[in-house]
Design a protein around this ligand. Sequence first.
Ligand code: SF4
Length: 295
Amino acid sequence: MEAVKDIELTLDFYDGPVDPDWCPGCGDFGVLNAMKRAALKLELLPHELMFVSGIGCSSNLPGFIHSYGVHSLHGRAVPIATGIKLANPDLNVVITGGDGDGYGIGMGHFIHAMRRNLDLTYVVMDNQIYGLTTGQASPTTMKEVRTKTTPRGNVELPINPLALAIVSGATYVARGFSGNTRQLADLFAGAIAHKGFALVDVFSPCVTFNRVNTYAWFKQRVYDLADEEAYDPGDAEAALGKAFEWGDRIPLGLIYQSEQPTYGDSEPVLERGAPVSQPLGIESSLFEEMLAETM
Ligand code: SF4
């Protein structure tokens, strides 16, 4: 692959086969831009990158970037990404989707992937609404916000994805904002380079259906954790405190990181190497043994 590595990489190199079909101003444009910057920063080639998504506006992302990609089923991106990663650990597998897809129907998969510390990156474009289906309350819609399904105001508490990730075993937990693509690119690059399960929850405003959590709403509240010199992302208790900060001040940046064995490090089946590199079928001696057992 040395010859391939000689390609001069530019941001445009990562443009996908089709242009994004998102509404003008959608926060997902910033996420896509930051992801291309991260790939460029890490000098990743398309065959080294795999994007897996579920269903939703943001889940169209794999079609918009030059890489391998799977646009899968609603809420099922995590198990598909798990299979891909375990079969071919050399691939950088990035899951992309929305809050409805990942924190709603996909919630069970999300938690189990974190407790296994699978070596995956999960980017959730969190717009606090169901955008593709035109504006229903999602698992991260704030209390009292009016949506098509909550015309008198949402009565449910929103999920706290960062706190959930920290207590469930994720080893890289970050929050970004599509209004700050430079920081977001650094967070994505850090997540992809991290060995273990990385969640990057991104404030990615839905300019069409969420009239509360707008760019202006976030810009008034967010601050960069990197400006707090004393903050240590290795301190889980401090990280939980940051995960619960909401209201007038909301932190962006790397909230938590730790080094732990991954599922792939501990799974005996993988001791012989990547399944994609193994010969197909079974050895004849094993076949004879199995046949004898059943006769
Ligand atoms: Fe983005 Fe919302 Fe438009 Fe979907 S409906 S593309 S989330 S702005």
